[in-house]
Design a protein around this ligand. Structure first.
Ligand code: 5GP
Ligand code: MN
Length: 347
Protein backbone atom coordinates (compact mmCIF):
# COMPACT_ATOMS: atom_id res chain seq x y z
CA UNK A 1 0.00 0.00 0.00
CA UNK A 2 2.77 2.46 0.93
CA UNK A 3 6.26 2.68 -0.51
CA UNK A 4 9.09 1.81 1.85
CA UNK A 5 10.42 5.28 2.57
CA UNK A 6 11.96 4.41 5.95
CA UNK A 7 15.07 2.26 5.44
CA UNK A 8 14.60 -1.45 6.19
CA UNK A 9 17.60 -1.41 8.49
CA UNK A 10 16.04 1.36 10.61
CA UNK A 11 12.73 -0.51 10.80
CA UNK A 12 14.54 -3.60 12.05
CA UNK A 13 16.58 -1.67 14.61
CA UNK A 14 13.49 0.16 15.88
CA UNK A 15 11.60 -3.13 16.23
CA UNK A 16 14.47 -4.57 18.29
CA UNK A 17 14.54 -1.47 20.49
CA UNK A 18 10.76 -1.43 20.98
CA UNK A 19 10.72 -5.14 21.80
CA UNK A 20 13.55 -4.83 24.28
CA UNK A 21 12.19 -1.75 26.07
CA UNK A 22 9.65 -1.69 28.84
CA UNK A 23 9.75 2.00 29.76
CA UNK A 24 9.74 4.46 26.89
CA UNK A 25 9.88 8.25 27.00
CA UNK A 26 8.74 10.40 24.08
CA UNK A 27 9.96 14.00 23.89
CA UNK A 28 8.99 16.72 21.46
CA UNK A 29 9.91 20.35 20.75
CA UNK A 30 9.27 23.57 22.66
CA UNK A 31 5.84 25.17 22.16
CA UNK A 32 4.50 21.89 20.80
CA UNK A 33 2.28 22.24 17.76
CA UNK A 34 -0.27 19.85 16.26
CA UNK A 35 2.37 17.70 14.63
CA UNK A 36 4.55 17.55 17.74
CA UNK A 37 1.65 16.39 19.92
CA UNK A 38 -0.10 14.39 17.18
CA UNK A 39 3.00 12.35 16.36
CA UNK A 40 3.94 11.87 20.04
CA UNK A 41 0.44 10.75 21.02
CA UNK A 42 0.09 8.57 17.91
CA UNK A 43 3.26 6.72 18.88
CA UNK A 44 2.19 6.74 22.54
CA UNK A 45 -1.08 4.90 21.80
CA UNK A 46 0.72 2.40 19.59
CA UNK A 47 3.34 1.62 22.24
CA UNK A 48 0.81 1.47 25.08
CA UNK A 49 -1.08 -1.00 22.89
CA UNK A 50 2.08 -3.09 22.87
CA UNK A 51 2.06 -3.13 26.66
CA UNK A 52 4.78 -0.52 27.18
CA UNK A 53 4.93 2.04 29.95
CA UNK A 54 5.14 5.30 28.03
CA UNK A 55 5.61 8.89 29.19
CA UNK A 56 5.46 11.91 26.87
CA UNK A 57 7.41 14.96 28.05
CA UNK A 58 7.12 18.40 26.44
CA UNK A 59 9.22 21.47 27.37
CA UNK A 60 6.31 23.85 27.96
CA UNK A 61 2.68 24.73 27.22
CA UNK A 62 0.75 23.69 24.13
CA UNK A 63 -2.18 25.58 22.61
CA UNK A 64 -5.70 25.03 23.96
CA UNK A 65 -7.03 23.83 20.62
CA UNK A 66 -5.03 20.62 21.10
CA UNK A 67 -6.47 19.95 24.55
CA UNK A 68 -8.95 17.37 23.25
CA UNK A 69 -6.34 15.02 21.77
CA UNK A 70 -6.79 11.54 23.27
CA UNK A 71 -4.12 11.01 25.93
CA UNK A 72 -3.00 14.64 26.10
CA UNK A 73 -3.70 14.83 29.84
CA UNK A 74 -1.03 12.20 30.56
CA UNK A 75 1.73 14.45 29.19
CA UNK A 76 4.31 15.96 31.55
CA UNK A 77 5.26 19.59 30.99
CA UNK A 78 8.94 19.95 31.93
CA UNK A 79 8.40 23.52 33.15
CA UNK A 80 5.82 22.19 35.64
CA UNK A 81 6.90 18.62 36.41
CA UNK A 82 10.67 18.75 36.16
CA UNK A 83 11.24 16.23 38.96
CA UNK A 84 8.80 13.64 37.60
CA UNK A 85 10.10 14.16 34.06
CA UNK A 86 13.74 13.69 35.12
CA UNK A 87 12.76 10.54 36.95
CA UNK A 88 10.96 9.14 33.89
CA UNK A 89 13.99 9.94 31.73
CA UNK A 90 16.45 8.32 34.13
CA UNK A 91 14.33 5.17 34.30
CA UNK A 92 13.67 4.97 30.55
CA UNK A 93 14.96 2.09 28.45
CA UNK A 94 14.45 4.14 25.31
CA UNK A 95 13.82 7.78 24.36
CA UNK A 96 11.99 8.73 21.16
CA UNK A 97 12.68 12.29 19.93
CA UNK A 98 9.83 13.44 17.74
CA UNK A 99 9.48 16.41 15.37
CA UNK A 100 12.83 18.07 16.13
CA UNK A 101 16.32 17.68 14.75
CA UNK A 102 18.55 19.38 17.33
CA UNK A 103 18.59 19.31 21.13
CA UNK A 104 18.41 23.11 21.20
CA UNK A 105 14.74 22.74 20.15
CA UNK A 106 13.78 21.22 23.52
CA UNK A 107 15.28 23.98 25.71
CA UNK A 108 16.06 22.89 29.31
CA UNK A 109 14.85 19.38 28.55
CA UNK A 110 18.00 18.98 26.42
CA UNK A 111 20.23 18.41 29.43
CA UNK A 112 18.55 15.31 30.89
CA UNK A 113 17.92 13.91 27.39
CA UNK A 114 21.56 14.40 26.39
CA UNK A 115 22.69 12.87 29.67
CA UNK A 116 20.45 9.79 29.43
CA UNK A 117 22.45 6.65 28.78
CA UNK A 118 19.63 4.67 27.12
CA UNK A 119 19.21 4.39 23.35
CA UNK A 120 17.52 7.23 21.46
CA UNK A 121 15.50 7.28 18.26
CA UNK A 122 14.79 10.43 16.25
CA UNK A 123 11.69 10.56 14.05
CA UNK A 124 11.57 13.88 12.24
CA UNK A 125 11.11 15.74 8.96
CA UNK A 126 13.35 18.81 9.42
CA UNK A 127 16.47 19.32 7.30
CA UNK A 128 19.96 18.57 8.64
CA UNK A 129 19.34 16.41 11.71
CA UNK A 130 22.07 16.53 14.34
CA UNK A 131 23.59 13.18 15.26
CA UNK A 132 22.46 12.88 18.88
CA UNK A 133 20.39 9.71 18.44
CA UNK A 134 21.32 6.07 17.90
CA UNK A 135 18.70 5.75 15.16
CA UNK A 136 17.82 8.74 12.97
CA UNK A 137 14.66 8.45 10.92
CA UNK A 138 14.74 11.79 9.10
CA UNK A 139 12.69 12.40 5.97
CA UNK A 140 12.32 16.10 5.11
CA UNK A 141 10.10 15.55 2.02
CA UNK A 142 7.42 13.92 4.20
CA UNK A 143 4.51 16.17 5.19
CA UNK A 144 4.79 15.71 8.92
CA UNK A 145 6.35 13.69 11.68
CA UNK A 146 2.87 12.27 12.23
CA UNK A 147 2.87 10.79 8.73
CA UNK A 148 6.29 9.28 9.48
CA UNK A 149 4.95 7.76 12.70
CA UNK A 150 2.10 6.21 10.70
CA UNK A 151 4.57 4.85 8.15
CA UNK A 152 6.73 3.42 10.92
CA UNK A 153 3.80 1.73 12.67
CA UNK A 154 2.56 0.39 9.33
CA UNK A 155 5.95 -1.09 8.52
CA UNK A 156 6.17 -2.61 11.99
CA UNK A 157 2.95 -4.45 11.19
CA UNK A 158 0.89 -2.41 13.65
CA UNK A 159 -1.84 -1.08 11.36
CA UNK A 160 -4.46 -3.70 12.15
CA UNK A 161 -4.25 -2.97 15.87
CA UNK A 162 -3.88 0.78 15.45
CA UNK A 163 -6.56 2.39 17.60
CA UNK A 164 -9.10 5.07 16.76
CA UNK A 165 -7.33 7.33 19.31
CA UNK A 166 -3.97 6.89 17.61
CA UNK A 167 -5.57 7.58 14.23
CA UNK A 168 -7.12 10.83 15.52
CA UNK A 169 -3.75 12.03 16.83
CA UNK A 170 -1.84 11.13 13.67
CA UNK A 171 -4.44 12.75 11.42
CA UNK A 172 -4.35 15.94 13.51
CA UNK A 173 -0.57 16.21 13.11
CA UNK A 174 -0.75 15.68 9.36
CA UNK A 175 -3.57 18.18 9.01
CA UNK A 176 -1.94 20.95 11.07
CA UNK A 177 1.52 20.64 9.52
CA UNK A 178 0.06 21.05 6.04
CA UNK A 179 -2.37 23.88 6.85
CA UNK A 180 -5.34 21.54 6.31
CA UNK A 181 -3.60 19.95 3.29
CA UNK A 182 -3.04 23.25 1.52
CA UNK A 183 0.79 23.02 1.40
CA UNK A 184 3.50 20.33 1.61
CA UNK A 185 0.81 17.84 0.70
CA UNK A 186 1.15 17.02 -3.00
CA UNK A 187 2.59 13.55 -2.62
CA UNK A 188 -0.15 11.09 -3.60
CA UNK A 189 0.62 8.70 -0.74
CA UNK A 190 -0.44 11.25 1.87
CA UNK A 191 -3.98 10.50 0.73
CA UNK A 192 -3.35 6.78 1.02
CA UNK A 193 -2.41 7.40 4.66
CA UNK A 194 -5.50 9.56 5.21
CA UNK A 195 -7.65 6.89 3.69
CA UNK A 196 -6.15 4.31 6.05
CA UNK A 197 -6.83 6.62 9.01
CA UNK A 198 -10.43 7.22 7.92
CA UNK A 199 -10.86 3.44 7.83
CA UNK A 200 -10.23 3.54 11.60
CA UNK A 201 -13.41 5.56 12.01
CA UNK A 202 -12.01 9.07 12.50
CA UNK A 203 -14.15 12.01 11.39
CA UNK A 204 -11.85 14.43 9.61
CA UNK A 205 -14.48 17.18 9.42
CA UNK A 206 -14.99 17.09 13.17
CA UNK A 207 -11.22 17.17 13.75
CA UNK A 208 -10.93 20.17 11.43
CA UNK A 209 -13.54 22.06 13.43
CA UNK A 210 -12.01 21.07 16.78
CA UNK A 211 -8.62 22.40 15.70
CA UNK A 212 -9.35 25.36 13.47
CA UNK A 213 -12.78 26.57 14.57
CA UNK A 214 -12.55 26.71 18.33
CA UNK A 215 -11.04 30.12 18.66
CA UNK A 216 -11.87 32.58 21.37
CA UNK A 217 -13.55 35.92 20.76
CA UNK A 218 -10.24 37.50 21.81
CA UNK A 219 -8.39 35.75 19.05
CA UNK A 220 -10.77 36.91 16.34
CA UNK A 221 -10.63 40.49 17.62
CA UNK A 222 -6.84 40.33 17.80
CA UNK A 223 -6.80 39.04 14.23
CA UNK A 224 -8.94 41.94 13.11
CA UNK A 225 -6.65 44.40 14.88
CA UNK A 226 -3.53 42.83 13.44
CA UNK A 227 -4.84 42.92 9.88
CA UNK A 228 -6.22 46.45 10.11
CA UNK A 229 -3.56 48.16 12.19
CA UNK A 230 -0.41 46.11 12.18
CA UNK A 231 0.18 44.49 8.80
CA UNK A 232 2.90 46.21 6.79
CA UNK A 233 2.92 45.36 3.10
CA UNK A 234 6.03 45.75 0.94
CA UNK A 235 4.57 45.24 -2.56
CA UNK A 236 7.84 45.75 -4.42
CA UNK A 237 9.35 42.94 -2.35
CA UNK A 238 6.15 40.84 -2.49
CA UNK A 239 6.41 40.65 1.28
CA UNK A 240 4.53 41.54 4.42
CA UNK A 241 5.41 41.94 8.08
CA UNK A 242 3.30 41.90 11.25
CA UNK A 243 4.75 42.96 14.62
CA UNK A 244 2.97 42.44 17.89
CA UNK A 245 4.16 43.82 21.22
CA UNK A 246 3.66 42.41 24.70
CA UNK A 247 1.28 45.31 25.55
CA UNK A 248 -0.88 44.58 22.53
CA UNK A 249 -1.14 40.92 23.47
CA UNK A 250 -2.11 41.91 26.98
CA UNK A 251 -4.80 44.24 25.67
CA UNK A 252 -6.44 41.29 23.94
CA UNK A 253 -5.86 38.95 26.93
CA UNK A 254 -3.56 36.83 24.83
CA UNK A 255 -3.40 33.16 25.58
CA UNK A 256 -1.06 30.64 23.97
CA UNK A 257 -2.11 29.78 20.45
CA UNK A 258 -4.09 32.99 19.89
CA UNK A 259 -1.69 34.13 17.17
CA UNK A 260 -1.28 30.69 15.60
CA UNK A 261 -1.56 31.02 11.84
CA UNK A 262 -1.50 34.83 11.73
CA UNK A 263 1.74 34.65 9.74
CA UNK A 264 -0.16 32.92 6.93
CA UNK A 265 -2.78 35.64 6.54
CA UNK A 266 -0.78 38.06 4.32
CA UNK A 267 -0.12 35.22 1.87
CA UNK A 268 -3.81 35.39 0.94
CA UNK A 269 -2.98 38.60 -0.96
CA UNK A 270 -2.29 38.25 -4.64
CA UNK A 271 1.41 38.61 -5.38
CA UNK A 272 2.64 38.21 -1.79
CA UNK A 273 5.09 35.34 -1.44
CA UNK A 274 6.90 36.03 1.82
CA UNK A 275 5.34 36.79 5.19
CA UNK A 276 6.97 37.36 8.57
CA UNK A 277 5.44 37.68 12.03
CA UNK A 278 7.31 39.14 15.02
CA UNK A 279 5.78 38.58 18.44
CA UNK A 280 7.31 39.68 21.71
CA UNK A 281 7.26 36.52 23.78
CA UNK A 282 5.22 36.68 26.97
CA UNK A 283 7.37 34.13 28.84
CA UNK A 284 10.91 34.86 27.66
CA UNK A 285 12.66 38.10 26.90
CA UNK A 286 12.84 37.66 23.14
CA UNK A 287 10.93 38.16 19.93
CA UNK A 288 9.58 34.94 18.45
CA UNK A 289 9.70 34.96 14.69
CA UNK A 290 7.59 33.01 12.23
CA UNK A 291 8.31 33.02 8.52
CA UNK A 292 6.23 31.64 5.67
CA UNK A 293 6.67 31.64 1.92
CA UNK A 294 4.99 30.31 -1.17
CA UNK A 295 6.71 28.63 -4.12
CA UNK A 296 10.47 28.34 -4.18
CA UNK A 297 11.35 31.23 -1.88
CA UNK A 298 13.45 29.73 0.94
CA UNK A 299 12.21 31.36 4.14
CA UNK A 300 14.34 28.89 6.13
CA UNK A 301 17.46 30.58 4.69
CA UNK A 302 16.26 33.95 5.93
CA UNK A 303 15.46 32.34 9.30
CA UNK A 304 18.94 30.87 9.69
CA UNK A 305 20.91 33.80 8.25
CA UNK A 306 19.10 36.59 10.06
CA UNK A 307 17.23 35.13 13.01
CA UNK A 308 19.29 32.21 14.33
CA UNK A 309 16.58 29.73 13.39
CA UNK A 310 15.64 27.37 10.60
CA UNK A 311 12.87 25.08 9.47
CA UNK A 312 11.29 24.15 6.20
CA UNK A 313 11.48 25.87 2.80
CA UNK A 314 8.01 27.40 3.21
CA UNK A 315 7.58 27.46 7.00
CA UNK A 316 10.33 28.36 9.40
CA UNK A 317 11.03 30.21 12.60
CA UNK A 318 13.65 31.90 14.69
CA UNK A 319 14.29 34.20 17.62
CA UNK A 320 15.57 37.73 18.08
CA UNK A 321 17.04 39.09 21.29
CA UNK A 322 16.66 42.86 21.20
CA UNK A 323 14.26 45.65 20.40
CA UNK A 324 11.39 45.32 17.94
CA UNK A 325 12.69 48.20 15.79
CA UNK A 326 16.04 46.42 15.40
CA UNK A 327 14.28 43.22 14.40
CA UNK A 328 12.38 45.22 11.76
CA UNK A 329 15.65 46.69 10.43
CA UNK A 330 17.03 43.17 10.10
CA UNK A 331 13.90 42.10 8.23
CA UNK A 332 14.39 44.99 5.80
CA UNK A 333 18.02 43.97 5.25
CA UNK A 334 16.80 40.47 4.48
CA UNK A 335 14.34 41.83 1.89
CA UNK A 336 17.15 43.74 0.18
CA UNK A 337 19.47 40.74 0.19
CA UNK A 338 16.78 38.42 -1.17
CA UNK A 339 15.14 40.89 -3.55
CA UNK A 340 16.04 38.99 -6.72
CA UNK A 341 14.59 35.71 -5.41
CA UNK A 342 11.43 37.54 -4.32
CA UNK A 343 10.99 38.88 -7.84
CA UNK A 344 10.91 35.47 -9.53
CA UNK A 345 7.57 34.95 -11.26
CA UNK A 346 5.76 31.80 -10.19
CA UNK A 347 2.23 30.44 -10.43
P1 5GP B 1 6.21 28.32 13.64
O1 5GP B 1 6.29 29.56 12.83
O2 5GP B 1 4.94 27.59 13.41
O3 5GP B 1 6.53 28.56 15.08
O4 5GP B 1 7.36 27.37 13.14
C1 5GP B 1 7.38 26.88 11.84
C2 5GP B 1 8.53 25.92 11.67
O5 5GP B 1 9.74 26.64 11.82
C3 5GP B 1 8.59 24.84 12.73
O6 5GP B 1 7.91 23.71 12.31
C4 5GP B 1 10.07 24.58 12.87
O7 5GP B 1 10.46 23.72 11.84
C5 5GP B 1 10.71 25.89 12.55
N1 5GP B 1 11.10 26.71 13.71
C6 5GP B 1 10.31 27.51 14.46
N2 5GP B 1 11.02 28.15 15.39
C7 5GP B 1 12.30 27.76 15.23
C8 5GP B 1 13.53 28.09 15.90
O8 5GP B 1 13.59 28.90 16.82
N3 5GP B 1 14.64 27.47 15.43
C9 5GP B 1 14.63 26.58 14.39
N4 5GP B 1 15.77 26.02 14.00
N5 5GP B 1 13.49 26.27 13.75
C10 5GP B 1 12.34 26.83 14.14
MN1 MN C 1 6.34 18.87 12.10
Amino acid sequence: MLSAIIEKENIETVEKLFSASEKIVIVTHVSPDGDALGSSLGLYHYLVGRGKKVQIIVPNAYPDFLNWLPGVKTIYRYDKKEKEAKEAISEADLICCLDFNTLSRINELAEPVRGATCKKIMIDHHLDPEPFCDVTISHPPISSTSELVFRLIYRLGGYEELSFQAAECIYTGMMTDTGGFTYSSNQPEIYTVISALLAKGIDKDVIYRRVFYTYSENRLRLMGYVLYEKMQVYPSFRSALICLSREEQKKFTFSKGDTEGFVNLPLQMKGIKFSVFFREDTEQNMIKISLRSVGTFPCNKVASEFFGGGGHLNASGGEFYGKMEDAVLLFKQALIKYESLLQIEEN
